[in-house]
Design a protein around this ligand. Structure first.
Ligand code: PHE
Length: 348
């Protein structure tokens, strides 16, 4: 039927000319809707013979199906086009430089503490933190400094109100030794480092009322001064550089016997003498010694069976030397500009 061919031909042209879904919907209605030419042809069929109805009906249906398929294809084509355009317009250029994120900086003291901890953990120590508020007993008495002992004067600290219990802000991390020994119920070996805040009645460019120490304690059978010397020499070289020389001088601490003070060759002049080391070539960095038998016994260790060594140092001092900080008060001043500088120093 010529008419049908014409309808299909027209529909084909109009469908392919459509660019939008709305246009396509109109074309679809025009060719397949109730008022379409096809519909009109169908309504004329009632006057036809049965034979005619069969052939023409079939032809009309085929044309309908063809138009439907064309519409569907076109519809998909339009949808794909829309999707592609959307993808194209929303494409993210991952090669563009990102906005600068404001990165926080680690406080120089945290950096120092981590460095200390890394060295000792690599030697098999664990990190143990004591308490900042302590009893007089743990801070002094059990470290061989009974009430009235003259060596307490050097560590005058802040007492809390309750004078009877004599709670105080600990003046040294050695206090953590007592806790660690007493908590170690099996009374077996101990190998710990204890970083933390300590307090004293001090305040000037190199002393702050609050500062940080790190303590080391090793207790075991057959521990000698040689272990102490070897450990501290290794530590000083690791933290200050392989060329560092280490010197041990006799000293006094009530909780160690014998006691030593540890000096290292000046990190600024390498031992020649400068203003930092006051022309001596040496800088004192650690206090140390063999744990006093009284201290072992007071915290439940048999001093015949066990020996130990302990050492303590100021983390602030190390940070001041390492980063060239002239005034300890800036460490605790909370000025962000001060803290941010150390990022750059580490990246250098
Ligand atoms: N606690 C001592 C101080 O603050 C340092 C020290 C620790 C000395 C351990 C000997 C052994 O001065």
């Amino acid at each position: 039927m010529k008419e049908l061919e014409k309808i299909l031909e027209n529909a084909k042209n109009e469908i392919s000319a459509c660019e939008k879904s709305a246009d396509l919907a109109n074309v679809k209605a025009k060719y397949l809707g109730k008022k379409s030419e096809l519909q009109e042809l169908l309504s004329k069929m009632k006057d036809m013979t049965v034979e005619e109805k069969k052939t023409i009906g079939k032809e009309i249906n085929e044309v309908k199906q063809s138009i439907n398929a064309l519409v569907e294809n076109k519809n998909k084509e339009i949808e794909d086009k829309i999707l592609n355009e959307k993808l194209e317009s929303e494409k993210i250029d991952i090669t563009l430089p990102s906005k600068k994120l404001r990165r926080g900086s680690k406080h120089p003291m945290s950096r120092m503490v981590e460095e200390f901890e890394d060295i000792f953990v690599s030697m098999g120590y664990t990190v143990y933190e004591g308490l900042e508020i302590e009893s007089d007993e743990n801070c002094f008495q059990k470290l061989n400094l009974p009430i009235g002992h003259p060596a307490r004067d050097a560590q005058d600290t802040f007492y809390l109100e309750n004078e009877i219990d004599r709670f105080l802000l600990r003046s040294q991390t050695s206090t953590a030794q007592v806790r660690a020994m007493e908590e170690n119920k099996e009374k077996g070996p101990i190998r710990i480092v204890c970083p933390g805040k300590v307090y004293r009645r001090d305040e000037d460019a190199t002393h702050s009322h609050q500062f940080m120490q790190i303590e080391g304690l090793v207790i075991d059978e057959n521990i000698s001064m040689a272990d102490l010397k070897g450990t501290l020499e290794l530590f000083c070289k690791k933290i200050l550089g392989e060329k560092t020389k280490v010197r041990f001088r006799p000293s006094y601490f009530p909780f160690t016997e014998p006691s030593v003070e540890v000096d290292v060759t000046c990190f600024k002049c390498g031992g020649k003498g400068c203003n930092l080391c006051k022309q001596t070539g040496w800088i004192e960095v650690l206090g140390a010694g063999m744990v006093h038998p009284n201290v072992l016994e007071m915290s439940g260790y048999d001093s015949k069976k066990y020996q130990g060594f302990a050492f303590g140092t100021g983390i602030d001092r190390f940070a001041m030397f390492k980063y060239g900080i002239p005034d300890i008060r800036t460490i605790y001043g909370n000025d962000i500009r001060f803290i941010e500088q150390f990022d750059r120093k580490d990246e250098d």
